[in-house]
Structure formats: C-alpha cells, structure tokens
Design a protein around this ligand. Structure first.
Ligand SMILES: Cc1cc2nc3c(=O)[nH]c(=O)nc-3n(C[C@H](O)[C@H](O)[C@H](O)COP(=O)(O)OP(=O)(O)OC[C@H]3O[C@@H](n4cnc5c(N)ncnc54)[C@H](O)[C@@H]3O)c2cc1C
Length: 497
C-alpha cells in the first residue's frame, strides 16, 4: 500500500515542482476541471455482511446512493456502492472493520452540505451516514460545554441548550451536523468574535481506520498533554477516522444584542470600514459583506427590501453599555467611509429574518440562474490585505461576463465569490475556474489561504499544494499513511487520489 502513496507522491511532486515555479513567475496554478475516478472492487461478500448486520439500515437503492454521492459542489461522479445508516459508535466500528477487511472506502456523511466535492465516491465504497446519531449526550452548563453525537445539527444543538441561557455560535449557512462541521473545521458569521470549530472543539471520540475507538482531549478548557489529536482530527474531512462524539464550548447568551445594516457607495468603502473596525479591536460579533448584486438576489429570494448597494450586515453583543460603545465606534468609522445611516433590526424576529436571509444568500444566488451550479471560492487573507484580495477579484469577475454573487465573513478576511455556471457549458466552468485560480493565487501572495472554512475536498487539492508546498504535503501524507495504511477513509480527498 505504501506503493500507492509512493506513486502518487511522484506524480504529485512533479505538479508541486511546477507550483513552486508558478508562484515565482505568477503562472496559473494547475487545476483539473473534473475529478478523476478510480473505483475499487466492492465484493458481494462485503455487501452481504453489511446487509446481514444492518438490515433496513443498509441500502444499495440507486436513489439513496445518489443522495449520498453528491454534495453542494458542481461535480458529479458515480455514487457510492452502498449506504449504511449508523446509530451508534458500535455501528460505525463494525462498518469500518468490515470495509477494512476488503480495503473498501468508507465515506462519513453528515447532511451533505459541503461545497468542495468532499463526499464524492471517487473510489467507490460505502457512504456511512451518521445523521441518525443525533443525541445530545450531556449538557454541562456550569462548565459551558456540551457533548453530542456527530449527527446533531447546529440548530438542534442550540434548541437543546436554549433553557440553560447558553448558545453555540458556529453557524455555517446550512444546518450542518456538528460532526461534519468538526470534520471541515467550519465557521460562519460569528467566527469573528467566537472563533471557528478549531477554537471550539474540546474533545472527540473517534473510530479509527482500524475500527478502534479512541478519545482525544478532555472537557478542560486547556491541555498541554501530548500531541494535539483533537486539532489533527478537526478539519481532516473524514480522511483519518469517523468522529462519533464531539464536545464543544458554549457561551452565555449576550445580555444585549443589536444588529444593523449599513450601505456604502462602493465595495471599497465597505471593505475599508471593515478593516478599520477590526484593526481598532472592536469586538464585533458579526461583520458580513454583500455586494449590491447579491443584496438584490437576497431581497428577491427572502422577500426583503434591503437597500441595494454594497452592504455590511453587523451584530454587536455584550452589556448594554459595551454594545452602545461598539455601535458608536462603528458608526463613526462607517461615516468616515461614506456609509449611510444604520438601519436597525431591532426585535429578535427582525434579527432572525435578517440573518436567515444572509444564511440563504447562497441559495438566493443559485436560484437567480435556474439550472446553474455555483463554483464557490473561499479565500481568507490577513485583514490588512482584504481590499487587495477582494476588489481585484470582483473586477475580474465583472470583466468575465459570468454571473456571480459575493458574500463575505469580512471581519475574518474571508469572502466567497459564487460563480454561477451552466454545468452543460464547459467554457463557463473553464472561465469560473480561471477566475478562481487568479483569486487564490492573489490570496496566497498576500499571505492568505485557499480555504477559510469550507475545506479542501477534491476541488482545492491543487490550491493546497500551492499554499503549503511539498514538505507540508509530504507530512500530511505520512500521517495519513500511518493512520490509514490501506487508504480506506474518504480516499482521494485533500491531497491524493
Ligand atoms: C448554503 C450554504 C452555506 C454554507 N455556509 C458555510 C459557512 O458559512 N461556513 C462554513 O464553514 N461552511 C459553510 N457551508 C459548508 C457546509 O455547511 C460545511 O462544510 C459543513 O461543515 C458540512 O457539514 P455536513 O454535516 O453537511 O457534512 P457533510 O457535507 O456531510 O460532510 C463534510 C465532510 O465531513 C466528513 N464528515 C462528515 N461527518 C463526519 C464524521 N462524523 N466523522 C468524520 N468525518 C465526517 C465527510 O466525509 C466530508 O468529508 C455552507 C454550505 C451551504 C450549502
């Protein structure tokens, strides 16, 4: 099996060499427009063993396999060979052990909202759906932690802890599972104040590629005990094991919350305000950007009447006096950049309406062009370079003639362009990927990353190579080979086929 890795290494190293030259001479990063597939043999004896063990929780029905063989990315490959619905850690262990005996891939599945081809069965195998592992196991309000099974969604978690006066802030636009969010190191609109899954996962239970159950971390707020396996698993995209329990931090619901929108004459002014807000250390809870085109799409989709211009959507948390202080500082910064008066979302209902619309901006974009798919970018740059990263990318998108939307967790230096392509028109995909390459290349030159929160999946593998270089990729591959020597855990994602 090391041989498989060795061959891939040599093939990929040639590409890495090319990347290193490219980063010096500014040539585009090589990317493939469609994923390669290398299906493995899935023996009937394995399928029969799974059928016997799981009964109606095992399926080879095409419709079920297709539901599990796609995500929100624009790619399409043949579905997995079978799907198992796990309800316990023992179920997960049994699937991994059985599949491992035949070196058949296992692809953990949350609710399928990932955006980069994470779930595609490029080597066939078993989709292991953990969404029915949806129990909140223990709420430790006095320690501000909660332990859940991986299939609990972020909204279900917040519902479960509501009565404690605490909340879980990480909020990808979709109602993703906590396991999937840990596996993709997700964040969302609140990350500027509360951090991402990287900062908020304290401990995990994981089923390894050998079917062993291990624990990483504890409920203590900090630890310097040994290698940080929790951080290794967070963001591993199902390639190192299956997360079967997650302990995360909770936060007290803020005493005062104010949400507002502010419209600017230009994107540059909105971005300039954001940079200043962050550089001044205002502890803003949410600072999101939409361009006028996207505000129009959101208005239509969510039946709102937001002013159609470059817009910041903001939220302030804290004591009444600290919120007031933050608001005054931000109003003065926005005014200096030509921002119009704040429009307030005063009641909880109005705030919910505003943030639901923001969370649905992706769908508003996709529905603006019936039948289209979105190729979504996810760069994140140091805050002082946000304007350099964002404004040129918008100019390039406008010049391309392709439809797009623009949303950003700009308080973090993270923004998304969604290029809306007709998947049946190869030229459109080519243009979108070219725009994406230029945008990533620019972010890397500015000291940023190709993915702030969506992860690598299939789509950003070449970008990851360009970002980290050969040494780091070799170390990742060595970790993968050590923990999963038969390469059964979600193979073909992050860095290799
Ligand atoms: C409209 C929309 C808005 C979005 N907004 C954001 C955003 O603001 N921020 C953000 O970060 N993301 C965002 N996303 C992306 C997506 O919601 C996240 O990537 C999310 O974390 C995926 O969770 P999931 O439960 O859907 O996982 P899936 O898509 O089912 O799986 C994602 C990956 O995690 C692995 N995985 C899933 N469960 C486990 C497990 N238990 N153990 C090990 N591996 C596992 C899978 O194998 C796969 O590689 C958005 C997506 C959409 C559609």
């Amino acid at each position: 099996m090391t041989r498989i890795f060795d061959n891939i290494d040599q093939q990929r190293l040639r590409i890495i060499g090319a990347h290193q030259e490219h980063s010096m001479n500014d040539s585009p990063i090589a990317t493939r427009l469609q994923p390669e597939t290398h299906p493995r043999v899935v023996p009937e004896v394995l399928l029969e063993a799974l059928r016997q063990r799981f009964g109606s929780r095992f399926s080879t029905a095409l419709v079920i396999r297709e539901q599990h063989g796609r995500d929100e990315s624009s790619f399409s490959v043949p579905p997995p060979d079978a799907v198992v619905f796990a309800q316990s850690t023992q179920d997960v262990t049994d699937v991994v052990k059985l599949a491992g005996q035949h070196r058949v891939p296992v692809i953990p599945f949350g609710v399928g909202t990932s955006l980069e081809g994470h779930l595609l069965a490029v080597q066939g195998g078993i989709s292991l759906d953990v969404s029915r592992m949806d129990q909140v196991l223990s709420i430790n309000a006095e320690d501000l932690t909660v332990t859940v099974q991986p299939g609990v969604t972020r909204m279900a978690l917040n519902e479960a802890v509501k009565s404690t006066g605490l909340f879980f802030p990480i909020d990808p636009g979709a109602d993703a599972t906590i396991g999937g969010m840990a596996a993709t190191r997700a964040s969302g609109t609140n990350a500027v104040r509360y951090g991402t899954m990287r900062e908020n996962v304290l401990a995990l239970e994981v089923v390894t590629a050998q079917g062993q159950v291990i624990r990483t971390g504890t409920r203590a707020r900090k630890s310097s005990a040994g290698y940080d396996l929790t951080r290794l698993m967070v963001g591993s995209e199902g390639t190192l094991g299956v997360i079967t329990e997650v302990t995360v931090k909770l936060y007290p619901l803020p005493e005062a919350v104010m949400a507002a929108t502010c419209t600017f004459d230009s994107l540059a002014s909105a971005v300039g305000s954001t940079i200043e807000i962050i550089q001044l250390g205002v502890p803003i809870a949410r600072c999101e950007l939409l361009d006028s085109n996207t505000v129009r799409m959101v208005n239509k989709h969510s039946h709102l009447t937001l002013t159609e211009g470059a817009m910041l959507l903001m939220e302030f948390h804290g004591s009444p006096s600290s919120v007031q202080e933050q608001v005054e500082t931000v109003q003065s910064i926005a005014a200096d950049h030509g921002g119009q008066a704040f429009e307030w979302a005063a009641t909880p209902e109005e705030r919910t309406r505003l943030w639901t619309a923001r969370h649905n901006a992706y769908f508003a974009g996709v529905q603006s062009r019936p039948g289209c798919k979105a190729i979504t970018t996810d760069t994140c740059v140091p805050i002082s370079h946000l304007a350099d990263a964002l404004l040129d990318s918008v100019t390039e998108a406008q010049a391309s003639g392709l439809s797009y939307f623009l949303v950003g967790h700009v308080g973090d230096g993270n923004f998304h362009m969604g290029y809306l392509i007709d998947p049946n028109i190869p030229k459109e995909r080519e243009i979108a990927e070219q725009l994406n390459q230029q945008l990533v290349q620019r972010a890397l030159k500015l000291g940023g990353t190709c993915s702030g929160e969506h992860g690598v999946g299939l789509h950003k593998m070449d970008f990851l190579l360009a970002e980290t270089g050969a040494g780091a990729i070799a170390m990742m591959r060595a970790i993968k080979a050590a923990l999963d020597p038969d390469n059964i855990m979600n193979p073909g994602k992050i860095f290799s086929l």
